[in-house]
Ligand binder design. Structure first.
Ligand code: OAD
Length: 252
């Protein structure tokens, strides 16, 4: 059963479920960082892909074809992160750890804002924009040595250019991280999905895995998604407004 009415009742119901939950997992996407000023991927005018083709910027082939363009694009996104902060949604998700025995945030975001807000258990399914490794061998870079504003990727000691430590289209997710996320989906009693369009797999399949395994699935999003019909509760609205209300009820 899904509900598209964002009423207090559903938020109360969510808080009650969380009060008795033992293991909670939250899957997040770009929507939870939107209120921090970071555009989502698929917003028609302002989305991160608005002026480019994703295959030019976020694939190994794109990097081989034009490493400077890809480097500069990720450099500008990394630089932008210096100007933004976690929003009320990130802080509330971090605070939830005080109210449930076990909480893990599984994120598709590469911006590190969950950790900045104080979340301790964070699985980064799509890597991190502040980590680097070389393209050929995957040697990790010392991030302190990577300056902002370089027009070309710096080189590893093996001669291969460094690339951002994110997952690109056509690449596999880090196996250990994905398998932890899948185990959590199978064992969580409450699984909350927030701010994701639910169309990029395998992340998008996690709520379905959780539901199949018996979890109560709750979705937070201003718009319905392919997950909405499967969700037990749909809290329609922005993450930065809904999450603090849930925490407010847990405190009361
Ligand atoms: P999308 O841009 O696909 O979707 C963002 C979702 O956030 C949409 O469903 C919006 O309705 C919702 N949204 C917008 N504002 C919101 C708010 N204030 N609060 C809550 N939700 C809000 O972003 P993702 O689902 O994260 O992958 O995209 C998934 C993956 O696709 C990304 O990790 C990236 C991209 O290609 C890679 O780069 C591998």
């Amino acid at each position: 059963m899904s509900n598209s009415i964002n009423s207090h009742v559903f938020i109360e119901q969510t808080a009650e479920l969380l009060k008795s939950a033992k293991r909670v997992a939250i899957l997040t996407g770009a929507g939870v960082s939107k209120e921090s000023g970071i555009p989502t991927f698929r917003d028609a005018q302002t989305g991160l892909w608005a002026n480019y083709r994703p295959e030019d910027l976020a694939t190994p082939q794109g990097f081989l074809q034009n490493p400077d363009l890809v480097w500069q694009w990720y450099d500008s996104r990394r630089k932008k992160l210096l100007e933004v902060s976690p929003n009320a949604g990130h802080y509330a998700m971090a605070e939830l750890a005080q109210f449930v025995p076990e909480l893990t945030v599984i994120t598709q975001n590469v911006d590190g804002l969950h950790q900045q807000a104080g979340s301790k258990e964070v699985l980064e399914l799509h890597g991190s924009i502040t980590a680097f490794r070389c393209f050929a061998k995957g040697h990790p870079a010392n991030t302190d040595n990577i300056d902002f504003g370089l027009t070309s990727p710096p080189k590893c000691h093996c001669g291969s250019p460094y690339r951002p430590g994110v997952v690109w289209f056509g690449e596999s997710l880090p196996g250990d991280v994905l398998s932890k996320a899948q185990k959590l989906a199978q064992s969580a009693d409450v699984f909350i999905v927030a701010g994701t369009s639910g169309i990029v797999h395998p992340a998008a399949s996690l709520p379905f895995v959780a539901k199949e395994a018996g979890a109560t699935v709750i979705e937070i999003n201003p718009e319905p998604t392919p997950i909405t019909d499967t969700a037990d509760i749909f809290l329609q609205g922005p993450s930065g407004q809904i999450w603090p209300k849930i925490i407010g009820l847990l405190k009361s």
